[in-house]
Design a protein around this ligand. Structure first.
Ligand code: UDP
Length: 325
């Protein structure tokens, strides 16, 4: 196996995949424009500063080294921003993915693992969400992820491209060594914001919606550890290489926690009082998202190891505490 190109490998999930693949003995090349990624998170393999919007950056990258497979993590991923700035999302996510796929074609690279999302399903009609659930996203972010899946599938049919779509539910936690973790500017995700409140760098956590049809009125999500997601990439690569087959897999723990339950668990784990304030619903939030990952278990052999919410929050807190100024 030659190099694995990790596009967006300086980001949150990409950096965990880079670490894991490197530890497993793969040669990795991170390609990242550092617009949202962080150079300090790209600590393994080779680093190439390049931009998907510049075909020349990609051509150079593919020309200089032999690449066996691509993992594509690079995308804008804020639902709210995608509603107010759709142009940014269609250009960065969809148009730039075309550049990547065309560079792969030119270089004869035939394997891609694509970071997709639970957001492609929209408001679910059935819980847990399996791979046969209809995909009808309710915001531009989810639509870009679905379009990218469709484009990859069309390229596969026409040009021969083996592909795996990994649809993450709520990625959370941090590498257990504390070397890498979540850094977003601005931060919008629930767990890091709760931990800001625990650390005292934020006065409270706003609970977006308390009148949902759920056990305590707050949204329910399936939180999955980022290192377990990284492991799914290694298994997907193995699957592509050994079977030559393509497919999509939902990745979650199959258990839902409400916003209030997450806050309560964070209070317990951190030992801090965390003030929660009720706030209006955030547009575009489905009440409940829970994955069925039975297919990933059966076909990829994926078994999340850090599935416990306490563990997820503990690892996130260890990373968070280290970064408090
Ligand atoms: N959420 C919240 N307050 C916040 C941030 C998020 O109540 O400050 C809720 C949000 O409405 C959703 C859940 O927490 O129901 C998870 O949101 P997050 O942004 O972490 O992930 P998403 O589900 O959007 O991928």
């Amino acid at each position: 196996m030659n190099n694995i190109l990790i596009v967006g490998g300086a980001g949150y999930i990409g950096s965990h995949a880079n670490k894991l693949l490197s530890k497993k003995g793969f040669k990795t090349v991170v390609f990242d424009n550092l617009s949202t990624g962080n150079r300090e998170l790209s600590r393994w393999g080779e680093f190439v500063k390049g931009d998907l919007k510049n075909p020349a950056d990609l051509l150079r990258c593919f020309k200089k080294r032999r690449i066996s497979a691509v993992m594509h993590f690079a995308a804008c991923a804020y639902v709210g921003e995608s509603v107010t700035e759709p142009a940014k999302y269609y250009r960065n996510n969809v148009a730039n993915t075309l550049n990547l796929l065309d560079a792969m074609r030119a270089a004869g690279v035939k394997k891609i693992i694509f970071s997709s999302s639970a957001a492609t399903f929209g408001v679910p009609s059935e819980i847990p969400i399996t791979e046969t659930h209809p995909q009808s996203p309710i915001n531009p972010y989810g639509r870009t992820k679905l379009m990218m899946e469709q484009i990859i599938a069309d390229y596969a049919a026409a040009y021969g491209l083996e592909h795996v779509f990994l649809r993450y539910f709520n990625a959370a936690g941090a590498d257990t060594s504390g070397e890498i973790g979540e850094i977003h500017h601005p931060e919008t995700h629930l767990i890091p914001l709760i931990l800001d409140a625990a650390a005292g760098t934020r006065k409270d956590i706003k609970v977006f919606g308390t009148d949902y049809p759920t056990k305590d009125g707050t949204c329910v999500r399936d939180y999955v550890h980022v290192s377990d997601l990284a492991e799914a990439h290694a298994l997907a690569l193995d699957y592509l290489v050994k079977s030559g087959k393509s497919g999509g897999f939902n990745l979650g723990n199959g258990r839902g926690f409400s916003v209030r339950e997450v806050i309560e668990t964070a209070r317990k784990v951190t030992g801090k009082a965390i003030k929660a304030t009720a706030a209006p619903r955030r547009p575009g939030d489905p009440p409940v998202l829970i994955a069925s990952s039975a297919r990933a278990g059966k076909i990829l052999g994926w078994r999340p190891a850090l599935f416990d919410l306490d563990t997820i929050i503990k690892t996130a807190w260890a990373w968070h505490e280290r970064r408090i100024p």
